[in-house]
Design a protein around this ligand. Structure first.
Ligand SMILES: Cc1cc2nc3c(=O)[nH]c(=O)nc-3n(C[C@H](O)[C@H](O)[C@H](O)COP(=O)(O)OP(=O)(O)OC[C@H]3O[C@@H](n4cnc5c(N)ncnc54)[C@H](O)[C@@H]3O)c2cc1C
Length: 282
């Protein structure tokens, strides 16, 4: 029998998921579009629905040592207002949809929807964020890069709930972010770029780079980042052609209604060049 339920706590939600093959609904901003029927009629769901947007346990933001822990049910508006959320996430959030959508849309929904254009994924990939997945009898923590395996595809089991997003060493960092969309609000990204950097006495102490909307999943390569860590800004300038070439091989955009593959790639590589040649020395 197909039913809909609104649990009062996580335990009840996990109980339901262990018994029913259900669709988890948070803000519904992706699901209601995906499941829409003919014009004017209400969306149709072929499975039971678990409404989790009233679960307070999923709406907490906290810090523990150097970790920022974000509940999967936090809406983007809530995160925009939270004093614990670093500015680099707020800057990304302010370019997601419109305020009305951000009042409903959750960080957990953005992750589990696994769209290559999901804006919050770009900084989360860059920072190697981890996800806590919980079922009735088990709990596991996995990196976001392993969790998302393709457009719309994740390793979430049917009986699991994403409960938390963990960002280690989350403290404010220098960053460079660009989202390219047709307009400022309510536009999915044609491409996005984020670079985080820590430079001391002209030496790169840390570097994190991710590109969104230009491949089946967000592009992030720790090994490539590490080829620059420990080197000087001058070394980076010498290596620029090689680095751009290597990212060019990883960036595999498509032509679609939003943009062309050629434009997307060119813009991403320009942003990368600007980040490495100009931003790092600021
Ligand atoms: C007009 C409009 C504009 C938009 N603009 C943008 C934009 O600029 N950038 C952008 O990134 N996105 C955009 N979106 C997409 C959407 O708003 C986001 O992806 C949003 O974060 C989804 O969150 P939600 O809570 O509404 O997810 P839902 O629709 O409730 O769920 C999405 C998916 O995640 C699963 N899910 C949700 N929470 C959990 C959980 N805790 N555990 C396990 N599975 C879960 C659901 O089962 C579903 O598969 C836009 C959407 C609309 C309608």
């Amino acid at each position: 029998m197909v039913i809909a339920t609104t649990p009062t706590n996580i335990t009840e939600a996990l109980e339901f998921l262990s018994e029913k093959d259900a669709i988890i609904m948070n803000g519904g901003t992706d699901l209601m579009v995906k499941k829409k029927s003919w014009s004017g009629t209400i969306p149709s769901f072929d499975k039971s629905i678990l409404f989790i947007n009233s679960l307070k346990e999923l709406k907490q933001v906290s810090t523990e040592k150097n970790n920022l822990i974000i509940g999967s049910g936090c809406t983007f508006s809530q995160l925009e207002r939270s004093p614990l959320v670093p500015i680099y996430l707020k800057v990304v959030i302010r370019e997601i949809a419109s305020p009305a959508i951000r009042n409903l849309a959750t960080i957990g929904g953005n992750i589990c929807n696994a769209s290559p254009a999901g804006d919050i994924l770009t900084p989360l990939y860059a920072l190697d964020a981890k996800l806590r997945l919980v079922s009735r009898n088990k709990e596991r923590i996995i990196p976001i890069k392993e969790f998302i395996i393709g457009p719309g595809k994740t390793l979430l089991n049917a009986n699991e709930l994403l409960t938390e997003i963990i960002i280690e060493n989350y403290n404010n960092k220098k960053f460079y972010y660009h989202k390219l969309g047709t307009r400022k609000a309510t536009a999915l990204a044609k491409a996005s770029f984020i670079g985080f950097y820590e430079v001391e006495n002209n030496i790169i102490r840390d570097l994190r780079i991710a590109f969104g909307s230009v491949g089946p999943v967000v592009i992030k390569d720790r090994d490539l980042e590490l080829t620059l860590v420990g080197g000087s800004i001058k070394d980076t300038r010498y290596k620029i052609c090689e680095i751009v070439e290597r990212y060019s091989e990883l960036i595999r955009p498509i032509n679609d209604a939003r943009s062309t593959a050629k434009y997307r790639k060119a813009v991403c590589l320009n942003l990368l060049r600007n980040f490495l040649l100009n931003e790092l020395s600021k």
